[in-house]
Ligand binder design. Structure first.
Ligand code: KG4
Ligand code: ZN
Length: 362
């Protein structure tokens, strides 16, 4: 009998992201192809409160997740038995949302006898550059989002060494708070970046916390306080251009100086300890900021590191990164038991000291 001559298809993993305010669902194959991708934000639900409300977020995930999964399978022309595994973000993040995504993944895995992959959200951000650019380990990662601000040596799947973290606010959080003070809406990052484009970054001398200090930690709360005091001093005119633009530009310039200084120190350390490392990867929502990306090209160039920033849609939260992290773990046999818990906190480097004063930021 003639052998069946069908080309082997790369395995497909379903990825589910529900750790914050985006419901992300994606089907990705091991050939680095997105077979389907759906993303639903919840901005309208949270907007009246000026930030993400955990209960509202969890409810919004519940209402839509099943439908998104069904649609993704439809679009890809696949059904559950075609999958090689089911991956869901299991932490860190808002526990209600994490439970929705992880429980759904467990149910699918149990019903269809598929491997379950419980994904660390930070690892999903960290591995995205391997999906987009095929970066080899080890590499230096600057992870900057609304909840996280860390510098990590990425040594392998599940192998991270934290070189620095924020001792107070994450940078995205600082952008969001600045935007709130300036009445620019939520999320604040894109609005502040836009307003800063027409502003004078030297108009206001805002502080650069930690600049030149030993180590690679960050701090942004002093910058936020200084901005608030400047706004109070200037009065109602601050909410109008050109003052508004100058304030945003001055804030962003201070944030960039800190980011560049801390990243340069981490890059020096990284190159000393891992001479084979050749890339600086920037990930997380703040990596969507073009000004900050341009500034980070400096320390990368000085240390002979290739600067890799995934496209903005893969920097902010999404299902593709979760599916990809699932594929990476599946290939190494790192599957999870159905009893695996959701975790509000889940540091990538458990050996690192908790940052003093850090909230749920892992
Ligand atoms: O990774 P992400 O989608 O969610 C978290 O895991 O936090 O990041 C969202 C954060 C928000 O704080 C948002 O203001 C920030 O990323 N962000 C930006 C920009 N776009 C998004 N910050 C500065 N500039 C931007 N263009
Ligand atoms: Zn994120």
């Amino acid at each position: 009998m003639a052998a069946k001559s069908s080309t082997p298809r790369p395995p497909v993993v379903l990825g589910i992201e529900t750790s914050c305010d985006e419901t992300g669902v994606a089907l990705v194959d091991a050939g680095r192809r997105v077979r389907a991708e759906l993303l639903r934000g919840q901005l309208e639900q949270h907007a009246p409160y000026g930030g993400v409300v955990p209960e509202i977020a969890a409810r919004a995930h519940v209402e839509i997740l099943d439908r998104l999964i069904e649609r993704a399978l439809d679009e890809a022309g696949l059904s559950f038995p075609d999958l090689a595994g089911v991956a869901a973000t299991a932490g860190p993040g808002l526990i209600g949302g994490l439970l929705v995504g992880l429980t759904t993944a467990k149910a699918i895995a149990a019903a269809h006898r598929l491997p379950l992959l419980a994904i660390n959200h930070l690892e999903a951000h960290a591995l995205t550059a391997r999906f987009t650019d095929g970066v080899e380990f080890p590499y230096l990662l600057l992870l900057v989002s609304g909840g996280h601000c860390q510098l990590l040596a990425v040594l392998g799947v599940g192998r991270y060494r934290r070189l620095g973290t924020t001792v107070d606010d994450a940078l995205g959080e600082a952008y969001d708070k600045a935007a709130k003070m300036l009445d620019l809406g939520f999320p604040g990052g894109p609005a502040v970046e836009r307003a800063a484009r027409d502003g004078d970054p030297t108009r206001f001398a805002l502080p650069r916390p930690m600049l030149g200090q030993p180590g690679c930690n960050f701090s942004f709360s002093g910058l936020k306080t200084a901005l608030r005091q400047t706004i109070e001093r200037l009065g109602p005119d601050t909410l109008e251009p050109p003052l508004l633009n100058d304030l945003c530009a001055s804030f962003q310039a201070a944030a960039a100086d800190v980011l560049v200084d801390r990243t340069r120190r981490a890059a020096e350390l990284f190159k000393t300890d891992y001479p084979a490392g050749s890339a600086l990867v920037v990930a997380g929502g703040v990596a969507a900021n073009a000004y900050l990306r341009a500034c980070l090209a400096r320390p990368a160039g000085e240390l002979n590191l290739r600067l890799i920033v995934p496209p903005p849609a893969l920097c902010t939260d999404n299902g593709v990164m979760v599916a990809w992290a699932g594929l990476e773990r599946l290939a190494l046999g790192l599957t999870d038991d159905l009893a695996v818990p959701a975790r509000a906190r889940w540091p990538l480097d458990p050996a690192a000291e908790p940052a003093p004063g850090a909230g749920i930021k892992a």
